[in-house]
Structures are given as C-alpha cells and as structure tokens.
Design a binder for this molecule. Structure first.
Ligand code: PLP
Length: 431
C-alpha cells in the first residue's frame, strides 16, 4: 500500500521543533526509535484516532493506557462538560475528591486512605517519600527496566556489576541523588535477597511494577510478587506496587486483585483520571497518617483533586464498576489478537515472542522468551521499526518503541482485531 500523506503532520512537527525541544512534550512521542516523524493528532473516538491529514488509525496506544473505555466515551465527556460549567479549579476541597477516593478504596481495599495528585510521577515520588518517612530508612530498591516516572531518585540504572548502587540514567541527576536507590533484576529473587543481605536494616521499600510494562510487557514469574511481599515484611520494609498502568486495567482491583497480593502502598494513574491529569497514591491508614497535614511527610499540589479531572475519573470508574464484563471482553479481544499474531509471525519459524497479561500485550522481535530486561535487549529494534511504519502506513497505530505495551480498550471490536491481523498478515518484512 502507498504510504499515507503526512504533509500537515510534517509541517506542524517543523513548527513545533522551533519552540518545543524535539518538537514534543514527552520524548517517546518523537518516534525517533522507529526512524520516522510523529503524526499529529486531531481527534479520537472509540477505538480510532485521527491525524491532522485526515488519516484514520485503529489505536493501540490509547493515550498510553487511560482510554480503557475507548476515546471520548459519552458518559465521561458528558460529566466533564457538566463540571466545566461550574469552574475549572478551586484549590479547596470538593465532594468529588471524597467520592473518587471512596471508589478507589472500594476497588483496592489496601488503599485505606488515598491522596490525589496530578501525574504518575508525583504519585511514585510521593510514595517513596512516604515509605522513607514511615520506616525512617533511606534506601529503596527498584528493578531494571521498570519505569516509575521522571523524578530524580527513580531515574536510575544499575551500575556495573551486581550489587552496586544505582547511577543516574539522566543528565541533570547527580549520582548523589541516585545513591539511595538500589537496583535489582525483575523476576530475579536472588538479586533482591542479596541487596537485603548487604544493606540490612536500611531498606525502606521495594517499588515494583507488578506487571512490568515499560520494557514491553513482562509478567512476574510465579511466586516473584509473593517473594517480594515476604522479604519486605521480614525486613520491616514496605512493598510499593506501582499500578499506574495495571490499576483498573487488569481487574477492578488492579494487580493486587489479579495476583492476590496486598502491598503496603499502591500508586495509580492513567485510567483513574479518565484521560485527565490525575493520579493517586494510598495505603494503610497508619502509613498514610505520616502525610501532612497529619504527619511530617510533606506533599501538596495547587491542582490536586482538580474538579474536571475527578469528574472524568469518577465517570470512568463508574462505568468499569457497573460493567465488570469489560474485563473479560478486553481480555478476550487481546487474546484473539495475540493468538492471531502468533499464528501469522511464528507459524513456520519463531520470529517474535508475545507476552500478554489481560489487555496488556507486547510483540517482541526476538525468538527468545522475555522475562527480564536483558531478554528485552535481544530484540531486533530495526525490525520493530519497520513493523511500526508498515502498520502506521496501513492504519494501525502502535507505540513508536519496542519497549512499550499495546493497550486494548473496550471499544476495540472484532472487526478492529480482524482488520489489524489482516494488516499484520500483509507485513512481509520480518526476515
Ligand atoms: N509509573 C508507571 C508504571 C508508568 O508507566 C508511568 C508512566 O507511564 C509512570 C509511573 C509515570 O506516570 P506519568 O507519566 O503520569 O508521570
């Protein structure tokens, strides 16, 4: 098929690059990893997204997760419209904040108390501060390949060799800031035990994506999350589940419900804001009592609990609560998609490895099983780039990076899945 016309996108990208670094407000959007320029989006509805040149795509990015109901879902946009008329921000408590917090608690009982913030980054940053304030310990453990937003202490990677402290993975983050972050390997219990042995009594918390979804989708091995629960309890450390992606996606109660684990603190974002800037962290009352104004762990926000964002969040959760079949449906759609891709790509030879948990999925361009970051690094990124460009030219919008998840929404119907598989069938360039 002829490449689509991207003329207006190209023009807007040139203009954007003049005033915005790299032309984008979040790096992966620039599509550099897939060797092309981004398309500029004009609108989105249901499972489709439309660019400024009038091209239509079946959207598997779904705003990186929030759009679980599909784009511009009627009851959500109606509630937002209604809220808009009453004012955009008050900087004072509102009834909607309490209602949303109560709904979050209903879905995730471990979040006995909840603090609303504006982004996943704020939620994880605040959760770490809280864990340190509560335990009076400084060190935290994160996992290679897990992403928890862009706060200084979490933008770190493992130093050379095992058991090293982390070093910063971003310019502008002094190594001193990264010093208190230890890095272990996802799905490798031994690497965690070794850190607890070496830093006995000093580790405040482990923060983990219960299903890693920022190195592509990597599910936890059986027993791994249980192990993290056990070792943190034994060492008077806290377990933080970063459910910014998995919260309200894997199940009403997120990964906590899906895997039957009770962490001490949970962070959520994306779906809970229904597409608006809203996220939250929460945990047991005793821990949350450390947060100001009750305790001495400071955290605040001019726009926190914003009335428009809470309206979108409440309307989204209400829909999910009233229609629990959504979870079964999106699981089924994603399963059909994953099985279809498996058949097309791997029928005569293993070309890709597909990981899927519920409605989160990644097609890794490697023949290896993928269960940690090192496995992800074996992927053929150029092949992914040509796959991305072929799909986009043929009306399928996937993440412009191998290291991201595909998100399937309740609006993706069997025709969308069939059309997607038809395009993938025509993609011959995997050799
Ligand atoms: N935690 C996880 C697991 C994420 O996937 C992300 C973002 O994708 C964040 C935290 C940061 O959230 P935000 O981009 O809203 O700051």
């Amino acid at each position: 098929m002829q490449s689509k016309n991207y003329k207006k996108s190209e023009k807007y990208f040139d203009l954007s690059k003049k005033y915005i670094p790299g032309g984008v407000n979040s790096p992966v959007r620039a599509a550099r990893a897939v060797h092309c320029d981004p398309v500029f989006i004009k609108s989105a509805l249901g499972s489709k997204i439309y660019d400024v040149d009038g091209n239509e795509y079946i959207d598997y990015v779904c705003s990186w997760g929030p759009a679980i109901l599909g784009h511009a879902y009627p009851t959500v946009t109606e509630k937002v419209k209604k809220a808009l008329k009453k004012g955009l921000s008050f900087g004072a408590p509102t009834k909607k904040e309490y209602i949303l917090a109560e709904m979050i608690n209903e879905a995730m009982p471990v979040m006995e108390q909840v603090r609303l913030v504006n982004s996943g980054t704020e939620a994880t940053m605040s959760a770490i501060r809280l864990a340190r304030g509560y335990t009076k310990k400084d060190l935290i453990i994160k996992f290679t390949g897990c992403y928890h937003g862009h706060s200084d202490g979490l933008l770190v990677k493992a130093g050379s060799g095992v058991l090293t402290e982390a070093i910063s993975s971003s310019g502008g983050v002094p190594n001193d800031y990264a010093r208190d972050t230890l890095v272990a390997e996802f799905n490798d219990s031994k690497s965690v035990s070794a850190l607890f042995d070496k830093y006995k009594g000093k580790i405040a918390a482990i923060i983990v994506e219960p299903v890693a979804a920022n190195m592509g989708v990597v599910p936890p091995k059986e027993g791994f999350l249980e192990f993290l629960r056990k070792i943190t309890t034994e060492n008077d450390s806290l377990l933080i589940f970063d459910e910014v992606i998995t919260g309200f996606r894997l199940a009403k109660g997120g990964a906590c419900e899906y895997y039957g684990i009770e962490p001490d603190i949970v962070t959520i974002g994306k779906i809970v804001g229904g597409g608006m800037p809203l996220a939250a962290y929460g945990g047991k009352k005793e821990i949350m009592a450390c947060i100001s104004p009750l305790g001495d762990v400071y955290q605040a926000g001019t726009l926190s609990g914003n009335p428009i964002a809470t309206a979108a969040g409440i309307a989204t959760l209400k829909e999910l609560f009233e229609h629990p079949e959504i979870y079964k449906n999106i699981d089924e759609s994603t399963k059909t998609l994953a099985e279809g891709i498996e058949k097309i790509m791997n029928s005569d030879k293993k070309r890709v490895h597909i990981n899927r948990v519920g409605s989160l999925m990644s097609v890794f361009f490697t023949a290896k099983d993928v269960s940690c970051y090192e496995d992800v690094l074996s992927c053929d990124l150029d092949k992914y780039a040509s796959y991305y460009r072929f799909l986009r030219d043929n009306g399928i919008y996937i993440a412009p990076s191998q290291f991201e998840a595909a998100f399937i929404s309740a609006a993706h119907d069997s025709e969308d899945i069939k059309n997607t598989l038809d395009v993938i069938k025509r993609f011959g360039g995997v050799e």
